[in-house]
Design a protein around this ligand. Structure first.
Ligand code: ATP
Length: 234
């Protein structure tokens, strides 16, 4: 479904990604783990078209999307939940969701999609008229995830959705991720919480200093002595 091949991404002269390749197949949950500053957000931004790679390609559903502006990539079926959720605090829950469907492909389905989202996330339905800024941290993250579904994506990319949330709320967020997986969405999840993320992963990549240094299924991550001590606290 998604094939990233040998991308190099720069900020000015600083190289944030070097030769990164990755795949997500239909219905798969793929995770990217790594420390602060490893380039995980840059990877998602490069896929979405917010950052243009200097080299390499990004193919989605067999077509090259690298070089397209982000809104066109969203129209093709990729959505992103940015780090911290970034909901619009002064808009109501309902209006935040409407913003998510602001593209010609999603707009005709907005009403139906919103009804589905309200059945998937009943708390958001209860709070639909409330300003997003008045929601709890967990509810805001839920709204950010729900907003990303409004663009009718086939692949959802999440940037550190558990960051800054209390442990119980983190569990809730991972439950949503499982739920989305069960709904058939493909998921590309970037996380520092490797333990939690590996539990939902079909396949995983480790990024350090802008390079992919290890990849494999959950089992191979669990068995790798370096990853066990450096990332899993075992
Ligand atoms: P974190 O988990 O802390 O968000 P990350 O793995 O997502 O880290 P990135 O945010 O992708 O890492 O950053 C990768 C590198 O690129 C870092 O060294 C960072 O300082 C640098 N970087 C990120 N954004 C910019 C920018 N807009 N301009 C210059 N350098 C940047």
């Amino acid at each position: 479904m998604l094939t990233v091949e040998s991308i190099d991404t720069f900020y000015g002269e600083f190289q944030a990604m070097e030769g990164v390749s990755l795949k997500v197949e239909k219905g798969q949950t793929v995770i990217v783990v790594g420390p602060n500053g490893a380039g995980k957000s840059t990877l998602l931004k490069t896929i979405l078209g917010l950052q243009k790679p200097r080299k390499g390609s990004v193919k989605f559903l067999g077509e090259e999307v690298s070089g397209l502006p982000a809104h066109k990539v969203v129209e093709r079926g990729i959505s992103m939940v940015p780090e911290g959720g970034r909901v619009f605090p002064d808009l109501s829950v309902q209006d935040n969701l409407r913003v998510g469907s602001y593209n010609p492909v999603a707009r005709p389905n907005a009403q139906r999609q919103m009804e589905q989202i309200f059945s998937l996330f009943p708390i958001l339905s209860d709070r639909k008229k409330q300003a997003a800024g008045s929601l709890s941290g967990g509810e805001r993250q839920m709204l950010a995830i729900a907003r990303s579904l409004m663009s009718c994506p086939k692949l959802i990319m999440l940037d550190e959705p558990s960051l800054g949330l209390a442990p119980l709320v983190v569990n809730m967020v991972f439950d949503f991720i499982q739920q989305m997986k069960a709904e058939g969405y493909a998921i590309l999840l970037v996380e520092q919480n490797a333990n939690k993320a590996l539990k939902v992963a079909d396949y995983a990549y480790l990024v350090e200093s802008g390079k992919l240094v290890f990849e494999g299924d959950r089992d191979s991550f669990d068995k790798n002595p370096y990853i066990k001590t450096a990332y899993l606290g075992l």
